[in-house]
Structures are given as structure tokens and as C-alpha cells.
Design a protein. Structure first.
Length: 98
């Protein structure tokens, strides 16, 4: 892994409604044990995306600022996910590559 690589590993889920992953960040990031869960629920007028994440930090007092930064990132990623989903029709068989 290079110094700035971010690695995600899929650890579970059920296509197309749930995706669970862990993230490994470069050594200089004070974030450990990052885990995310993305759930997509079908609604009458669209879908509801619920994206949660947990992590630990090794630097006292840094948890809240990191939480705010990661929350901002997740909001942007969820918005991009929703926008992309509106542009593309769903694949005919979403479980094809599971």
C-alpha cells in the first residue's frame, strides 16, 4: 500500500439493498476500525439511502472533528450515489455479479 492509498474491503451485504465494508486508511490517518453500512430501501416515490459508519481514533479529542469531516464526506457520496441511480436504469439482473 502506498502512503496515500485508501482500501475498502466488502465484508457483507445483500445486493442491491445492503453493502457492508471496512476501510483501511494510510498510516498517517488517526482513524482505525472504520466500518460502513449502506442500506437502500425502496419507497413508493423512490429510495431511501441510509449510510452509517463507525471508527476509532488514537488521538484524544479528535473524534468529533473527524466525525464531522466523515459525515460531510458520506453526505456527498450518498448524494452522488442517488444522482447516479437516477441516471441509469437498474441492471436486469442485479445479482449477476454477486
Amino acid at each position: 500500500m502506498r502512503g496515500s492509498d485508501v482500501r475498502d474491503e466488502i465484508i457483507g451485504g445483500s445486493r442491491p439493498h445492503h453493502h457492508a465494508y471496512t476501510t483501511t486508511l494510510p498510516g498517517f490517518w488517526p482513524v482505525k476500525d472504520h466500518r460502513g453500512d449502506i442500506s437502500i430501501a425502496e419507497l413508493a416515490n423512490g429510495s431511501l439511502i441510509t449510510w452509517t459508519a463507525t471508527f476509532k481514533t488514537s488521538v484524544p479529542g479528535l473524534g468529533k472533528p473527524l466525525q464531522l469531516m466523515l459525515r460531510s464526506l458520506i453526505v456527498r457520496l450518498a448524494a452522488a450515489l442517488a444522482q447516479q441511480a437516477q441516471r441509469k436504469p437498474p441492471p436486469s439482473d442485479v445479482n449477476r455479479r454477486a
